[in-house]
Design a protein around this ligand. Structure first.
Ligand code: HEM
Length: 495
């Protein structure tokens, strides 16, 4: 008997041409805006597209994304096939891009053991230390703030993953990871490599004309191997010598020593899971903290209000602590609004369906690529009025606290279902402490040129899987001589 979904129609979508489907309509940049427009034109928060035989479903509301990716998660938790990255460049080691199945489950479990909210608290002292060092770099060299944010993100995650202290410049572990990350970005860019649409091409030999992609893939595969092995070997050496700082790797290897599982296999998993952390954490943190600075230029009143809040809660001469979070709701609202306003991954990471589904009377074919339009969800004017304006106060209730009636952007910005970002608790806390600490000691404003004219940022974004603001200038100045002293003395205490 045929499944009942077999005769059901596909969700609505722009008109398809024979064979190529919607290929010619597909946007190549800011896709989330085009998808949102199509959904509005078609009056549907779920649409279907087809590109040369591949079925794509765009979910344009929280309701659809939650119903399909959370409630039907047994069907829609796979990832699309990535020939270049996974099959030729070796990234299938990483559970973030891996097909749904036992290996994914095992790595995800390892990750979550150290990253659920209580476990992630163990990393807070490290987050505080690297944040204070970051403030000192901003003080010494404010123009290079993006570089310092990247260094902060790398120090946090390499500390957490391996217990490694990152060098000021030219750190070998950061360099290895960055090189791998850049090659991942190149390999995953849609529409660049023909092998993605004709997978059989992966079997042609390297010397064959047009097989340049295979030579590239081989070189890039080397980067991903180095990224995985170099810091792991260093961490393991320290662990064996008894000189290691506690980290994901040390905690996981300790557990491994106690267990009875296949040790070699499990150790490979620890190595792969640790390497996945850098990939997930760095670009996202850089995006959020750069956007935070841009937001302070867009809305100076928010900076002032947050500083007043901090001054009334945190003792003079002290930095904000994690334990102050409850009493700093406006700072928390700034963090939430920053992540909503220009969300890092407008389309998340697509899921894929392992079997056919029937939803609202529509047929969702097996193998569909499932794209949550997170940008549209976080810019829905019914949930967030004036969605394109930076307004942290939207999250504050009449009692001055975070208003539980306003939907928390966390419910969409970290993705959905079984694939939801497993780093989200640690991501939020490391970003919160960086934002609170910057607000406590720095004024952030638009810079002025030599003729006294204010330099306006463009507020443009570079579209990508993880969006970042186009480079912009800002003036970062310590709020007072006392703030400057605090930064310097804290940095020397930590060094
Ligand atoms: C503000 C910061 C971050 C944002 C906005 C973010 C967002 C996301 C999103 C949208 C996904 C896709 C979820 C899905 O498939 O539905 C994801 C997956 C993932 N994220 Fe994050 N993330 C952030 C920080 C981090 C951090 C700090 C880590 C590591 C410590 C991390 C590790 C991962 C991993 C490993 C996955 C893949 C999960 C899987 O496929 O099972 N992320 N993230």
């Amino acid at each position: 008997k045929r499944p009942s979904s077999h005769y059901a129609p596909l969700p609505p979508g722009p008109k398809k041409l024979p064979l190529i489907g919607n290929l010619l309509d597909m946007p190549t940049t800011f896709e989330w805006e085009t998808y949102d427009r199509w959904c509005k034109e078609l009056g549907s928060d779920i649409i279907h597209l087809e590109v040369a035989g591949t079925s794509i479903v765009v979910m344009n509301s929280a309701e659809v994304a939650e119903e399909l990716l959370d409630q039907h998660s047994a069907i829609h938790s796979d990832r699309p096939r990535l020939v270049m990255v996974n099959e030729l460049m070796g990234w299938n080691f990483s559970f973030g891009l891996m097909a749904y199945g036992d290996e994914w489950r095992a790595q995800r479990k390892l990750f979550q053991q150290e990253f659920h909210p209580q476990a992630a608290e163990r990393f807070q002292p490290l987050e505080v230390r690297v944040t204070h060092q970051f403030l000192n770099r901003l003080l010494e060299d404010p123009k290079n703030y993006v570089h310092h944010i990247r260094h902060l993100a790398a120090s946090t995650i390499l500390g957490i993953a391996y217990g490694i202290d990152v060098q000021e410049d030219n750190d070998p572990y950061v360099d290895a990871a960055e090189r791998a990350l850049v090659s991942l970005g190149l390999g995953i860019a849609p529409g660049v490599f023909l092998v993605e649409s004709i997978p059989a091409l992966k079997y042609i030999p390297e010397w064959f004309p047009g097989a340049g992609f295979k030579r590239k893939a081989r070189e890039w595969a080397r980067y991903s191997t180095i990224m995985r092995e170099l810091p792991y070997v260093a961490a393991k050496k320290e662990i064996l010598q008894g000189t290691a700082q506690p980290s994901f790797t040390s905690y996981s290897l300790e557990k491994l020593a106690e267990g009875e599982e296949d040790v070699a296999e499990q150790e490979q998993r620890v190595q792969s899971t640790a390497a996945t952390m850098y990939t997930g954490a760095t670009d996202s943190t850089v995006s959020v903290l750069s956007t935070f600075i841009l937001a302070m230029l867009a809305k100076p009143e928010a900076l002032k209000r947050a500083q007043e809040e901090i001054d009334s809660v945190v003792q003079s001469g002290e930095f904000p602590r994690f334990s102050d979070q409850e009493r700093l709701p406006y700072v928390t609202a700034i963090v939430k609004e920053t992540m909503r306003w220009k969300n890092v991954t407008p389309l998340g990471i697509p899921h894929a369906s392992t079997s056919e589904d029937l939803y609202r009377g529509y047929r969702i074919p097996a193998g569909s690529i499932m794209v949550p339009n997170i940008w549209a969800i976080l810019h829905d004017e019914n949930t967030y009025p004036e969605p394109h304006t930076f307004k942290p106060e939207r999250f504050i209730g009449e009692d001055g606290k975070i208003n539980p009636a306003v939907k928390d952007p966390d419910t969409a910005l970290f993705g959905f279902g079984r694939r939801i970002c497993p780093g989200r608790f640690m991501a939020f806390s490391s970003i919160w402490i960086a934002v609170a600490s910057m607000l406590a000691v720095f004024d952030i404003s638009k810079p002025v040129d030599e003729n006294g004219n204010v330099i306006e940022p463009t507020f443009e974004y570079i579209p990508s899987m993880a969006c970042v603001p186009a480079p912009f200038e800002c003036a970062l100045k310590p709020r007072s001589a006392q703030a400057e002293d605090m930064i310097r003395s804290m940095a020397s205490e930590h060094s």
